[in-house]
Every structure is written in C-alpha cells, then in structure tokens.
Design a protein around this ligand. Structure first.
Ligand code: C2E
Ligand code: MG
Ligand code: MG
Length: 555
C-alpha cells in the first residue's frame, strides 16, 4: 500500500539511485526498498518488506538503534548523516559486513511518519583510508610500525598498567659498512635486521623501526634475555653478494617501573642507554637505563658541550713532557699532551676527554687545535736552533679520515716548521681496523717528511706480519710493561722482545712511564733508545719546559 502511496515517478527515480534506499515506519518496519538495496544486501525486496530494519544491522548497532530512533528529530528536509566520522557497518544476508555511510531523513505521508534512509557502500573509501593510515604509521622499507605508531602502542600498553619494557636496538658500525659497500647495502641491511628482529622478538613483542637504523621492541617478558637474543640476531653476518657484512649491536633497556613513566621518556631512556652501550665498545653491548646511568649520560652531555666550547674558544692548553736519550740523559724532544681546565668541571684528564671527543666527532677539531699549538711551539724551537722533536698524538678516529695528510701539510705550511722535527704517535688500534688503508695513509703522511711512532706498543692486537709493512720509525713500549720491569720476568721479557723486534725492523724504541732508576738502568742495558717518564720530567707547561730545556741541553 505504501507502493501506491509513493508516487510512481518518485519510485522510479529512487530506483535509479546507486545508493540503497529504504523507507521504514517510525518503529523501523521496512515498507519500501529500491533495487540497489537488494543488490547491496542480498535480500529481495519482498523478503525485506515487513521486517525490521535491524535485520541489516550488526549486533552492537542493533542495540543502539531503538534509542537512536526515539531520539531522532531532524527538522523537515534535514538529513542526518551517520558513518562519516566514525566507522559504521551494515550486515549482508550472508553475514558479511559492509562499511556504510547513511543519510536519514523523516517525512509525513497521509498522516503517518516515515523514515527514509540512503545507504552508501564506502568499502573503497575506507580501504583507501586504511592504506593511508598504514603508510603514515609504517616504515616503507621494512613494513614495520614507525616511531609514531610505536609510541601510540606504548601509550596504550602503559594505560593498561602492564609495566612494559622498551628495548632500543641499534646496529653498530652500520654507516662504516654502508660506506664501504654502497647505498643499496644499507637498505639490504635494514631489511635483514628488521626480519631478524621480528623473528627473534616473537609474537609476544611489538617491534618498530623508530628512526634511521634504530629499532625498538616493547615486551612484557624478560627484557634482558630478549635484548641478548636481539643483539645476537643483529650481529650474525649478513650475506651481500659474494661477501658477508658484519655489524655489532647495541641495546638499551628502559623499564616502566618508575611511576612517572610516559611513552616518550621511556623510549628516550632506552635510546640513551643504547647510545651509551654503542659508545663503549666497537661491537656494542647492552645497557640498562638506571638513575645512575642517567646521571652519567647527563654529565657526559655537559662535558661534551663544555669541550665543544673549549675547542672553539681555544682554551685547551699544551703540556710538554720531556724525552731524553737513554745513553746520556740529554733532551731529545717532547710529547705534546692536551690539557683542559674547565670552569665548571675542573681539571679533566685526557683519558676522559679524548675518548669523549672520539665518540662525539669532536676529535677532528681537537686534533687540529692541538696540532697547531704543538707545531707553533716546534717552529719556535727551530727558529732558536733547538734541535728538538715534537711528538703529537693522532687518534685512531683521525687516521680513518682521508684528509689527515692534507691537514698535516696545511698545518706545517701555516706554522712554517720543518717537518723533520715532527713525530706522529699512533696507536695500534688505528692500524688493525683496515691495515691496507692504514698503510696507504701512513705513507702519505711519511711523504711529508715526518716520523711515525707506534704508541702504547704491546697493548693492542698488533699483527707482527703487518708491522713490517707499516712505515714506522719507532715503537713506544707501553707503560704497563715498564712499570713491572725489571722485577717481573714476563714484563722484562716483553721489553726485551720489543727492543729486539724493533732492531730487526730498523726501528728505534722509546720507553714510556719510566719512574725509577732501576727501570731506567734495566731498559738502558737492553738497548732502549729514548726515555719518557716522571723520573726525567712530568708533563710541563710551555714556560716550565723552556726552563727544563735550559738545564738539560739537547746535546
Ligand atoms: P699517551 O700518548 O700514551 O701519553 C702518555 C701518558 O702517560 C700521558 O698521560 C702522560 O702524562 C703519562 N705519563 C708519562 N710518564 C709517566 C710516568 O712516568 N708515570 C705515569 N703514571 N704516567 C706517565 P696523559 O697526559 O694523561 O695522556 C693520556 C693519553 O691521552 C695519552 O696517552 C694520549 O693517548 C691521549 N692524549 C693526550 N693528549 C692528546 C692529544 O692532543 N691528542 C690525542 N689524540 N690524544 C691525546
Ligand atoms: Mg702518546
Ligand atoms: Mg702511550
């Protein structure tokens, strides 16, 4: 009867609509549907007519429907649209859900009130929206959740008060390997690491790529055990063409036991702990964030800031420690040692600030400053015809820079010194990383006319077979062996061996850290050429050294 009441032309217009159209009575009984409604829901018009519109609603919506209808009072001609800002599903005859948007209005006909509903299938729009959301919350290379989604999940987990732990894991040596093997190797490594982390973390943990080469894992289980597993997974060799790429792994753990834990600080703490672990060893390790570690990291950050300032303000000073000839005690030269007095931190020893400078990339500038100071001093001696050598420490990090020889050449030219008086001190660790490249760089440095000395000899893992390929002029026997001579047989044997080795390779030997007459006389007897140590002179200021030089002529 509603059919007849609905004017024929209007019915045929509604039948051409792509949207499904329903007309119901005020209690929801379906009285008219169009063809699109039959197609969309899989019921025929006859089957739908007479039944309640709730037929097309999934259970949770069904419950709300009655109260919705009771409250629904749009004015004449006003359409209320549902499903635009939150998802709304309808249910088909076969039980499958279909995302919809519904426009509803109400009208009166022959004294009765009806509802008209226009139902639009928005599956495609929703799929596109979901795709967009996926893209915005996932990393494109690995498909893993990105930092934003990770923080969101962490927030949700914290709200459940389940005390999750966060592990940040960073491959160590990543950029060095990527530089050597090209950009595409970087992407390959990231993909492999992501896959391995996902496998190692298992279904119970949430893994994300938070930025760059850093990943984060959220777990409710034992974070230390999991961190170990993750590090092992990252440090397995990665096949790349015909070679294997080797990475270290650093992990930082932060637990949410602290009452004020919020997602960002938690992730930040884990990140700080991971950076800390990465900075302590060339292969990484695992650090648990604690209050104490937090304080240490803060002190280091302060120290970094102050050191940066000291370098740019050129407030680092030069200390000179005398080197004397073993045979007659005459002055042969000095080692240039950096000294840093900071107004806030006080006197900071080089054993603390040099490694810090190496970790933070400040070493290049620090080296430049110290090199200038030392070469200016050397040029001064040379102008006054003092035949002294100046030994300058070059960090392993500096030797990895391709422009070291150029920098040295510039400094020599600018200070006007004769390179014959320059001794460059390197540690073994600078050479073992990539011996072939090191050999090349050492030759470039030697070509400037300077001498090379191997510092702290015996403490590194020097490969004797390589030693003869390096253009080294002298070996410095490390203080740790000197300290135990002559009383401890093994130390004496090491000293002996180093001297013999140096002689056979045509190199000179220097003993560092000589503190007693007994050490000096033993070392002199076995043929050490030069002594450096508190017995002869501590590191001195430039003025003190000038006095020292007056009382110890350079023979
Ligand atoms: P190094 O090159 O092995 O320098 C020798 C260190 O041993 C110096 O410590 C020196 O003061 C100390 N020493 C010398 N004789 C004795 C002794 O008889 N007894 C004892 N107990 N110690 C002695 P310092 O000045 O603290 O320097 C430590 C390290 O810091 C240096 O070891 C060097 O590796 C690094 N360093 C210092 N200045 C610079 C610099 O300008 N650039 C770079 N790259 N490294 C530097
Ligand atoms: Mg040295
Ligand atoms: Mg040394």
């Amino acid at each position: 009867m509603f059919e007849t009441a609905l004017a024929e032309p209007l019915a045929s217009i509604l039948n051409t609509s792509i949207d499904a159209v329903f007309v119901t009575t005020r209690d929801g009984t379906i009285v008219w549907v169009n063809g699109a409604a039959e197609n969309m829901f899989g019921w025929s018009g006859a089957e739908m007519r007479g039944r309640n519109i709730a037929l097309l609603m999934p259970p949770p919506v069904k419950n709300q429907h009655d109260s919705f209808l009771a409250a629904f009072r749009p004015g004449r001609g006003v359409t209320h649209v549902l499903g635009i800002d939150r998802s709304l599903d309808a249910v088909r005859r076969d039980g499958t859900l279909i995302p919809v948007e519904i426009g509803i209005s109400t009208f009166e006909l022959n004294g009765d009130r009806y509802f008209a509903g226009f139902v639009r299938d928005i599956s495609e729009r929703r799929a596109a929206g979901e795709r967009l959301r996926f893209l915005a919350t996932h990393d494109q290379i690995t498909g893993l959740p990105n930092g934003m989604l990770f923080v969101e999940e962490l927030k949700a987990e914290l709200a459940r008060r389940t005390a999750p732990a966060v592990i940040v894991i960073t491959p160590v040596g990543f950029w060095r390997v990527a530089e050597r093997h090209g950009r595409s190797s970087a992407e390959h490594m990231i993909r492999m690491i992501a896959k391995r982390l996902r496998d190692a973390a298992g279904p119970g943990a949430f893994v994300g790529r938070i930025h760059g080469e850093s990943f984060a894992v959220m777990t409710l289980g034992d974070p230390m055990g999991l961190a170990k597993k993750l590090c092992d997974a990252v440090s397995l060799p990665i096949a790349w063409g015909s070679v294997h790429l080797h990475l270290g792994a650093a992990a930082g753990i932060a637990t949410s036991r602290r009452t004020d834990s919020a997602p960002d600080p938690l992730l930040q703490d884990a990140h700080s702990a991971a950076s800390y672990a990465a900075s302590r060893s060339p292969w990484g390790g695992i650090s648990l964030f604690t209050e104490d570690l937090g304080r240490r990291i803060a002190r280091e950050a302060l120290m970094e800031e102050r050191l940066r300032e000291a370098i740019s303000q050129q407030t680092l000073t030069l200390a000179l420690q005398p080197k004397v000839r073993a045979r007659d005690g005459s002055l042969s030269g000095a080692e240039a040692l950096a000294r840093w007095h900071d107004d806030v931190l006080g006197e900071v020893p080089p054993s603390e600030f040099v490694p810090l400078a190496e970790r933070t990339g400040l070493i290049g500038d620090l080296g430049r400053v110290m090199l200038r100071l030392a070469l200016m001093q050397l040029a001064d001696w040379q102008r006054r015809s003092l035949p002294l050598t100046m030994a300058i420490n070059i960090s392993a990090v500096d030797l990895r820079q391709p422009d070291l020889a150029l920098r040295l050449a510039d400094a020599i030219r600018e200070t006007g010194c004769d390179p014959v008086g320059i001794v460059i001190e390197l540690t073994e660790s600078a050479l073992i990383d990539d011996p072939e490249q090191a050999t090349e760089r050492l030759h470039a440095i030697k070509a400037l006319g300077v001498s090379l000395s191997l510092d702290d000899f015996g403490t590194g893992y020097s490969s004797l077979s390589y030693l003869r390929h390096f253009p080294i002029d002298s070996l410095k026997i490390d203080r740790s062996f000197v300290i135990d001579t002559p009383d401890i047989a093994t130390a004496a044997a090491v000293a002996h061996t180093v001297v013999a080795l140096a002689k056979s390779l045509g190199m000179k030997t220097i003993a560092e850290g000589v503190e007693t007459e007994a050490q000096a006389s033993f070392l002199r007897d076995i043929g050490v050429d030069v002594f450096q140590g508190f017995l002869f002179g501590r590191p001195l200021t430039v003025a003190q050294f000038a006095d020292f030089a007056l009382s110890h002529p350079a023979s």
